[in-house]
Design a protein around this ligand. Structure first.
Ligand code: PNW
Length: 496
């Protein structure tokens, strides 16, 4: 039973890739500078009781274009690298694709109604770049713009704040063909042009913009491990260059949105921070977790928030380090208005006398997990991720841009879905988030991933992340028990 002995990392190649990245940073982080001293959290007793969130805390759900829209060939939409990848036999479980997905493109009004029944106050969705620029650049496609315009209007008519993400992995295939996609700086510049156009067209009605979703995931899995589109396995130097172009695209887009928005826009990334959790909370372990978080995110959030690659990152990369200029570093670190973090799993650490000053503890073999094999349970991450953003980088506005879990839901004979596991997940995660807000960590809102069951990348339709169940044969939507739990959470603005 060798299989049963593998760790979470071994069982899922995607997660393994991310952990490998984490390990690489850890091994070479000897020259890591001392982290900012961890200030004692400000107690905020009495403000919201033991369960309540701050007044004005924003609750919402999240989706992404390729995972929900379908209509892949309609109204002039161009082909994306995910169309190409999913249409390549053997890449996705059962060769499933996002061609139809959950047909959000045609059913968005129904879906906004569902959000309303949840009491959701915001919706994080992504704009498909190939709907706007079928070839990546050039003349915008009016029908693509029109779809998102109708969606935004529908949301506003229902008092739901739109939070678009400009890139959730569906790069126009034309850019991949023309210059190797993110392997080229040209893609970063094309992205900034597209972001500027979106700001111009939508900033009259949209206030918040997320730039790129999970740079760490699409770069490592798409260009490093051949697990996500475009399915490449680049050598170290080229992969570092792709990482650099992703963060550059983020920074250039922040500037482009600011320059072309018709009124003040709020802009930030939505990154899956690798969140070091001190397995035992002592001062030295907490300091180690802060060191680890800086280094494990060196190529992504750390360079965005600090404007430089850490010494340890550059030393580890050696001759394979990315090529960059000072101006590019400045662009990458263009100030953001908020930081969004997607939080799914913890990275357990403890202090170590040896360099790099922390040790990563692999989860125990019997550590509980959700239905996605990579998803070990660790609600503490929802406390530590925002606390690290505040304590390490002094981030003043934080959104949890994704948090949720994969399950194997069953429909009972009476047609209901009793997902007690998702409710358990939510209650424990939100209790940890509440710990953060109680200590004055500036978390402004929470987006649950996801509104609906949807296309879960290489897992196809096999793992369900929705508060709302989708029957993939009929596309009928049925709110799960967790939808009622979420609605009660929003209604009381509290852990329930
Ligand atoms: C995130 N992994 O993706 C994405 O932002 C969502 O599109 C996705 O549906 C959600 O989390 C749930 O998976 C990830 O294998 C996909 O390590 C895979 C991994 C991590 C994040």
């Amino acid at each position: 039973m060798a299989k049963a002995r593998t760790t979470a990392a071994d069982e899922n190649p995607s997660r393994r890739a991310l952990i490998k990245l984490a390990g690489a940073g850890a091994a070479a982080a000897g020259a890591a500078p001392a982290p900012a001293q961890s200030a004692e959290p400000q107690a905020d007793p009495g403000q919201c009781g033991t369960r309540g969130f701050p007044q004005g805390f924003l609750w919402g759900t999240a989706t992404a274009a390729y995972q929900v829209e379908g209509a892949w060939h309609e109204d002039g939409r161009g082909v994306s690298i995910w169309d190409r990848f999913a249409h390549t036999p053997g890449k996705i479980r059962n060769n499933e694709t996002g061609d139809v997905a959950v047909d959000h493109y045609h059913r968005y009004q129904d879906d906004v109604r569902l959000m309303r029944t949840l009491g959701a106050q915001s919706y994080r969705f992504s704009i498909a770049w190939p709907r706007i620029f079928p070839d990546g650049v050039g003349t915008p496609n009016p029908k693509g713009l029109d779809f998102y315009s109708r969606l935004v209007d529908e949301l506003l008519a229902n008092s739901i704040a739109p939070f678009p993400t400009l890139y959730h992995w569906d790069l126009p295939q034309a850019l991949e063909d023309r210059f190797g996609g993110w392997q080229s700086r040209d893609t970063a510049y094309a992205f900034a042009d597209y972001a500027g156009l979106i700001a111009e067209k939508f900033s009259d009605r949209v206030e918040h913009f997320f730039t790129l979703n999970e740079m760490a995931t699409f770069v490592e899995l798409g260009y490093g491990q051949a697990i996500h589109a475009p399915g490449l396995r680049l050598p170290a130097a080229e992969l570092n260059q792709v990482r650099h172009h992703a963060v550059l695209a983020h920074g250039l887009a922040v500037a482009a949105i600011r320059a072309r928005a018709k009124r003040a826009a709020k802009i930030g990334p939505a990154e899956n921070l690798t969140t070091a959790v001190p397995t035992i909370e002592s001062d030295d372990n907490i300091a180690a977790a802060e060191r680890a978080t800086r280094e494990l995110n060196a190529g992504y959030l750390t360079v965005i928030l600090e404007g430089r690659y850490t010494d340890a990152f550059l030393k580890a990369a050696g001759a394979d380090a990315p090529k960059f200029t000072d101006d590019e570093l400045k662009a990458i670190a263009t100030p953001v208005d908020f930081v969004g973090v997607n939080v799914y799993t913890p990275q357990y650490v403890r202090t170590s006398p040896a360099a790099p000053g922390y040790e990563i503890l692999p989860p125990a073999r019997s550590h509980p997990r959700m239905a996605s094999s990579w998803q070990i349970l660790g609600p503490e991450a929802l406390y530590w991720a925002p606390r690290h953003l505040r304590n390490i980088w002094n981030v003043g506005n934080i959104y949890i841009s994704e948090n949720g879990c994969g399950t194997n839901d069953e429909v009972t004979p009476d047609g209901s879905i009793s997902d007690t596991d998702r409710i358990m997940f939510l209650r424990n995660n939100l209790a940890m988030l509440k710990r953060a807000t109680s200590e004055g960590v500036p978390v402004r809102g929470y987006f649950h991933w996801s509104l609906l069951d949807n296309f879960e990348w290489t897992d196809g339709y096999g793992t369900r992340f929705g508060l709302v169940y989708v029957d993939y044969a009929t596309l009928r939507r049925t709110p799960k028990l967790s939808a009622a739990y979420f609605a009660e959470t929003v209604r009381r603005n509290a852990v329930v």
